[in-house]
Design a protein around this ligand. Structure first.
Ligand SMILES: *[C@@H]1O[C@H](CO)[C@@H](O)[C@H](O)[C@H]1NC(C)=O
Ligand SMILES: *[C@@H]1O[C@H](CO)[C@@H](O)[C@H](O)[C@H]1NC(C)=O
Ligand SMILES: [Cu+2]
Length: 650
């Protein structure tokens, strides 16, 4: 790109960012992400509190300790009642995991609890970096590299969580996997197989090492995906449309929609208090109190010694927000996008920043919002068409090899659509085979190139969807479509029932014609229907592992596609608060087993989408984006089409 062109583009971006008033100080919102100065304060307060232990505090999670929903709602009606501002911290101190609450007004630690249960907090970036460097100065590893005839300076290692397979272990362990560059940047296509490196994270030392023998490293040839940029983008004049929305602090307003958007290192994008303006009632009506990615489970299907443990809980172990990467203007997001930074705490307690962590833009889909051509009326043809324009909030989390593009998309018709794009690099296994015909044994996935096996695996993404349709008291309705005999021989009828307890709301999708919705049983439309929102799942994938598989015990939240639980401030993470090396004793399944009443209550809907991924050659050396989606659609929420009177040119 020519420097002058680049400057013009930067200017355009700056221009549109400036257009959007970002006035955090003026209108604090109780759900605002912690600011860099608040993060800094939290680091100092916690470090000072534990200074007598004479040990370093290592920070693994710092985020807003959100006020109780009731406090947020009373602030909404009376903005003078801003709830207390607190931070929630997960830290490692003296070999223990602490849950700490910091009061930012009183500038003190108000509670500190040593976690005595299973599992560990998220890994931080600094400890992964430190661990990844260990093999380069570890004599047995240097010997293994030499034995393979590889150059040590071309080797890079990455950190992998070890999970739990029934063993008793009392240390925070990870495994390192090493890859070979030498002619490519696509390290994931060049694994150095046969070596396993166990690291004790608290001692930051290699405590276990095996070299099971030499396996050919796949070739560099054909693996590079860099270069070949298209230069056509960016050369056009100013965008035709403005940004089309306003961002007041973290409150986003667009069309009928108003919502709060925040950044969390574990969840990534958090959408709160999404509401719609109802012109007929002349008021904002509540739809969703909170929506975010609760967990992303990716188990691999190779059960051999060097691979069996590979199963990742990307939110709970690596952090969807911590893994967020800066978005590239004009490529990751269109030219009318506004970018927002993400702020978080580094391992040592100091604030850090991911620039352009998410972008917000109006998407002109080229599709039709609604239309009709009337030709039955003699002498005239009536055509009414309204084009679709949506609002998108996007983040990309690059968790090691995979890139996940998460879009929260809002439509003018009141629909919330979530798109999850999977792209990036497969995790391939080095192998002696160069052709499919040679393979006579189980290799756990297809051959993609010479010496490269694309190992079979799943992706399951679980969403926390706290719908509050016109208020907190909601019910979960299952509408079964039943084939019925009648005068014409058959027809189908819709039979609705409210789930009374949590067990009645565990649903495996795919086998029956069922419509799932959350309604407010206390609010009706003029003609008498309960106002509601329905879940339109596009993916109905469920786990294929057995219930007694250790992976499945830890990921029990994938057992059903849909669950409903009563709202509980502490129950946010489907795989448990401490997910790394968890034993599955704090999951959505264990909460649901309390089997509480959920009818006409403040409830949370959980939905898991996913795919079973059998890799193919097109996924090599980099995978074209594959998108999974679902929608939440208003159902008798409005009296009629909410965009009936939209101007023709909008
Ligand atoms: C604490 O951190 C400092 C600076 O990073 C380091 O020099 C020191 O060894 C650490 N102390 C402990 C007990 O880990
Ligand atoms: C809320 O969730 C926590 C964590 O699962 C649990 O210990 C607590 O009992 C729950 N509270 C209620 C009222 O169910
Ligand atoms: Cu995949």
């Amino acid at each position: 790109m020519l420097p002058s062109l680049k400057n013009i583009i930067l200017f355009i971006i700056f221009f549109f960012q400036a257009l959007t008033a970002i006035s955090h100080q003026n209108h604090p919102h109780p759900l605002d992400s912690l600011t860099p100065s608040e993060l800094n304060q939290v680091g100092l307060i916690v470090s000072a509190h534990f200074s007598n232990t004479n040990r370093n505090v290592s920070f693994h999670y710092v985020g807003l300790d959100e006020p109780h929903k009731s406090e947020v709602l009373s602030w909404r009606s009376d903005p003078a009642r801003l709830p207390r501002r607190r931070a929630f911290v997960m830290a490692r101190i003296d070999g223990g995991s602490h849950e700490i609450i910091v009061d930012l007004l009183r500038k003190s630690v108000v509670s500190d609890r040593l976690h005595r249960g299973r599992g560990y907090p998220l890994l931080n970036i600094e400890e992964q970096d430190a661990a990844n460097k260990l093999p380069a100065s570890y004599a047995p590893f240097i010997a293994s590299v030499a034995k393979r005839g590889l150059k040590l300076e071309e080797v890079v290692c990455t950190s992998y969580t070890v999970g739990w397979f029934g063993e008793e272990r009392s240390r925070r362990m990870i495994k390192l996997l090493c890859y070979y560059m030498d002619g490519t940047v696509n390290i994931y296509m060049r694994p150095i197989e046969g070596i396993s490196v166990d690291v004790d994270l608290d001692r930051m030392a290699i405590v276990g090492y095996h070299d099971r023998g030499v396996v050919p490293v796949p070739k560099a040839q054909g693996t590079d995906y860099t270069g070949g940029h298209s230069s056509s983008m960016g050369s056009h004049a100013l965008p035709k449309h403005g940004v089309g929305f306003t961002l007041d602090g973290q409150v986003l307003r667009w069309g009928l929609w108003e919502m709060h958007v925040s950044f969390d290192i574990r969840a990534g994008i958090v959408i709160s208090m999404a509401s719609l303006y109802d012109a007929e009632k002349d008021k904002q009506r509540r739809v969703m109190y909170r929506g975010f990615v609760s967990e992303l489970f990716v188990p691999y299907m190779d059960i051999t010694e060097d691979w069996y443990y590979r199963a990742f809980f990307d939110a709970g172990e690596f952090g969807m927000g911590l893994s967020a990467v800066p978005l590239v203007p004009l490529k990751d997001c269109p030219r009318n996008a506004v970018f927002v930074d993400g702020h978080f705490t580094s391992g040592d307690g100091t604030p850090a920043r991911t620039p352009n962590a998410f972008c917000i833009f109006e998407r002109y889909t080229g599709d039709v919002m609604w239309r009709h051509t009337e030709i039955a009326i003699p002498g005239k043809v009536i055509t009414e068409v309204r084009p679709e324009a949506n609002l998108v909030v996007r983040m990309v989390s690059t968790v090691g090899n995979y890139d996940y593009i998460v879009d929260w998309e809002f439509k003018q018709t009141g629909v919330i659509r979530v798109n999850v794009g999977l792209t990036g690099l497969l995790e391939v296994k080095g192998s002696k085979y160069t052709h499919q015909k040679q393979i006579k044994e189980e290799v756990y996935g297809p051959i993609l190139a010479e010496h490269s096996i694309g190992v079979n695996h799943d992706h399951f993404m679980t969403f926390h969807l706290d719908l509050d349709v016109d208020g907190e008291a909601n019910s979960f309705i299952k509408t079964n479509l039943k084939t019925t005999r009648g005068a014409r021989r058959s027809y189908w009828r819709a039979e609705s029932e409210a789930a009374k307890t949590e067990s009645e709301a565990r649903i495996r999708l795919g086998s029956e014609a069922t419509i799932l919705s959350v309604v407010n049983p206390n609010k009706r439309t003029k003609v008498g229907n309960n106002v509601g929102y329905k879940l339109m799942p596009e993916s109905v994938t469920g786990p294929l592992l057995s219930d007694d598989d250790y992976l499945q015990i830890r990921a029990a939240f994938t057992k059903y596609n849909v669950w409903v639980t009563p709202y509980n401030k502490s129950e946010k993470w489907a795989g448990g608060l401490f997910t790394d090396q968890s034993h599955g004793d704090d999951t959505l399944l264990t909460w649901s087993q309390r089997n509480e009443k959920i009818e006409n209550k403040d409830i949370v809907l959980w939905y898991t989408l996913g795919i079973h991924h059998v890799p193919c050659q097109e996924d090599f050396p980099i995978m074209p984006t594959l998108t999974l989606s679902f929608e939440l659609q208003p159902t008798n929420f409005f009296e009629h089409n909410p965009r009936l009177h939209t101007e023709k040119n909008m």
